[in-house]
Design a protein around this ligand. Structure first.
Ligand code: SAM
Ligand code: SF4
Length: 475
C-alpha cells in the first residue's frame, strides 16, 4: 500500500497547522449513516485500505445498535486477520513531575500545591529500571512534566542511562518518550540517544476548547503542539505517537482530529503515526472537572473500533488508566500494545507506599493494578501471545506496524517468531510456575501455525538456545 495524499484531497504543508474545526464539523453534520454505506466502508477497511475523513464521519454517525455491533465486529476481524493474537507489553516510567504548565486536568499542574515535586536522580533512576527489569520488562516509556530542567540533553541522558542498566538477564531494549514538544534541534538530540517513539498528545484538536484547559505556560500554544511531530520528522525521527485525552471535547470530533493528523503526516512525510493513544480523563490530585464531555465505556469501545478501521496500519495503545475488565474487553477491537505492572507515582517501582499514600505524587489515578505476571498470565489464558519484541526498531525496520500490515508474510516471518522468543525469555527468567507452564503451551500452539514456514527450523534452533540460557535472539 502506498500513501496517496490526493486520495484524501490533502494539500497540507509541512510544519503548518492543519486543523480546521469547521471542516471537521461539516463532515460530521453531513454524514449519512446509511446501512449499505456503513457496510461498504467496513469492507473497504477489511480490504486493508485507509479510510477518508468523510468515510470516518459516516462510521461515527452510525447510532443504530446493529450497525455499531457491525463496526465493532469489523474491527475485531481486522485485528484478528491482520495482527493475529499478539499483544506487546511495556511499562511507563515517570522520571519527574515538575511542571510549569497548568493543564486543568493534570495532577502535575503548576498550581497544584498539594503535589509533591520530585525528579529522580541518576541513582534512583537506575534503581527504578532495575526493579522494572527484575519484573521482566524490556520496553519502557519515559514520562516527564514540562519544565526547563527536562531539556533535550536531560531527556537524552535519562534515555542513555535506561539503556545502560543491566541486572541479571534484564535489559531495556526500547525506550520511548512522552514529554513536551521540542524544537527540531531538540528532537535531533533525543533521536541521537536512540529513542523509539516520541509521543505528544494534542489532548484536544479543538482550538477553542484547548484554550480553556491550557490557560498559561508553553502548552497554551495550540499550533506549536500541533506541529510538534512535524518537527520530529524534520529531525529524522519518524516513529511518532499521537493521542487525544478523551473527556475534554466531543469524542466524535476528536476521532476526526486524530484521523486528520494522520492524513497530515502521511501527506507531508509519507509516514503515518506509529501509534495512536486514547487516554480518558481519570481522577487526579485536586481535580475539579466537569462531566460535559465524559465518554462512556460503550462510546469508548466504539471509538476504538472506528479508529482501528480508519487507520488499519497503526499501533494502538490502551493504558492502565482503564480498569482490568474493560481493558480485556476493549483490547479485541484493535489494541496492539498495553502496559503491565504499571505504577505512575515517581519512584514507585522501588518504594512501597500504597496508591492512596502516593496520590499526590502521581499524575492521575490508574485503575488496573495487576502485576506484569498477572497480565501475562491472563493473556495466555485467553490464548493470546504476549510479546516483548523490540526487533524491528533495532534492525532499522522503522514503521514496523505499517510493514506488519502491508507486507505479505511479515508477521509469520518476524512478529510471531520474535514474540515467541521474547516470551520464552520471560518464562525462563521471570514467570511464576503456573504462568511458565501455560506459556509453553501457548508457544507450542503458535509453533504449529509456523510449521510450514521457511523460518521454522531456525526458530526451533533459537528457542533451544534460549532454553540453554542465550538471550536476545531475534529475526
Ligand atoms: N508533560 C508532557 C505533556 O503534557 O505532553 C508529558 C505528558 S503528560 C505527563 C502525559 C499525558 O497524560 C498527557 O499528555 C495527558 O494526555 C495525560 N493526562 C494528563 N492528566 C490526565 C488525567 N487526569 N487522566 C488521564 N490522563 C491524563
Ligand atoms: Fe504538565 Fe503535562 Fe500535566 Fe500538563 S499534562 S500539567 S504539561 S505534566
Amino acid at each position: 500500500m502506498k500513501f496517496n495524499p490526493e486520495q484524501y484531497n490533502i494539500k497540507d504543508e509541512p510544519m503548518q497547522p492543519f486543523i480546521d474545526p469547521e471542516e471537521i464539523w461539516s463532515f460530521l453534520r453531513n454524514a449519512v449513516p446509511d446501512k449499505e454505506r456503513v457496510r461498504a466502508i467496513i469492507a473497504k477497511s477489511l480490504a486493508k485500505n485507509r479510510l477518508s475523513l468523510e468515510e470516518v464521519s459516516v462510521l461515527l454517525s452510525a447510532e443504530d445498535q446493529e450497525l455499531i455491533e457491525e463496526i465493532k465486529q469489523g474491527a475485531k476481524t481486522l485485528k484478528e486477520k491482520v495482527y493475529g493474537n499478539r499483544i506487546v507489553l511495556f511499562a511507563p516510567l515517570y522520571v519527574g513531575n515538575k511542571c510549569s504548565n497548568n493543564c486543568t486536568y493534570c495532577g502535575f499542574r503548576a498550581s497544584n500545591k498539594d503535589a509533591v515535586r520530585k525528579t529522580l536522580n541518576d541513582e534512583e533512576l537506575i534503581h527504578e529500571i532495575e526493579a522494572l527489569e527484575d519484573s521482566g520488562q524490556k520496553r519502557l516509556i519515559l514520562v516527564y512534566g514540562e519544565h526547563a530542567q527536562y531539556n533535550p540533553e536531560y531527556i537524552a541522558h535519562t534515555v542513555r542511562l535506561a539503556y545502560s542498566v543491566r541486572k541479571g538477564n534484564g535489559e531495556i531494549r526500547r525506550v520511548n518518550i512522552n514529554a513536551a514538544p521540542l524544537d527540531v534541534e531538540g528532537f535531533r538530540t533525543v533521536h541521537e540517544a536512540g529513542i523509539g517513539t516520541y509521543q505528544v498528545f494534542q489532548e484536544t484538536y479543538h482550538p477553542e476548547a484547548y484554550k480553556t484547559y491550557h490557560l498559561r505556560g508553553k502548552k497554551a500554544d495550540f499550533n506549536y503542539r500541533l506541529t510538534s511531530l512535524d518537527r520530529a520528522q524534520e529531525a529524522g525521527l519518524d516513529d511518532v505517537g499521537i493521542g487525544v485525552l478523551f473527556g475534554l471535547y466531543d469524542w466524535k470530533y476528536e476521532v476526526m482530529g486524530l484521523v486528520r493528523h494522520t492524513n497530515h503526516l502521511e501527506a507531508c512525510y509519507n509516514v503515518g503515526p506509529h501509534t495512536i493513544s486514547f487516554p480518558r480523563i481519570k481522577d487526579a490530585s485536586m481535580l475539579d472537572f466537569g462531566h460535559k464531555y465524559f465518554v462512556s465505556d460503550e462510546d469508548f469501545a466504539r471509538l476504538i473500533a472506528i479508529l482501528r478501521l480508519a487507520v488499519p496500519y497503526t499501533g494502538m495503545i490502551l493504558t492502565a488508566r482503564e480498569p482490568a475488565q474493560l481493558r480485556d474487553e476493549i483490547m479485541q477491537y484493535g489494541v496492539s500494545q498495553i502496559d503491565g505492572g504499571t505504577k505512575i507515582e515517581i519512584g514507585s517501582y522501588t518504594n512501597t507506599l500504597n496508591h492512596e499514600q502516593n496520590l499526590n505524587k502521581g499524575q492521575f489515578r490508574i485503575n488496573d493494578e495487576r502485576s506484569l505476571n498477572e497480565i501475562v498470565d491472563e493473556l495466555l489464558e485467553k490464548g493470546m501471545l504476549p510479546s516483548f519484541c523490540t526487533s524491528c526498531y533495532r534492525m532499522g525496520r522503522t514503521g514496523e506496524h505499517f510493514m506488519e500490515f502491508s507486507v505479505p508474510g511479515f508477521i509469520k516471518k518476524f512478529c510471531t517468531p520474535n514474540a515467541i522468543l521474547t516470551l520464552a525469555e520471560y518464562l525462563m527468567d521471570y514467570a511464576a510456575d503456573e504462568t511458565r507452564q501455560r506459556g509453553w503451551e501457548v508457544i507450542g500452539d503458535n509453533l504449529k501455525t509456523l510449521e510450514h514456514e521457511k523460518i521454522y527450523s531456525a526458530l526451533l534452533d533459537r528457542l533451544e538456545k534460549v532454553k540453554q540460557g542465550e538471550r536476545d535472539l531475534y529475526f
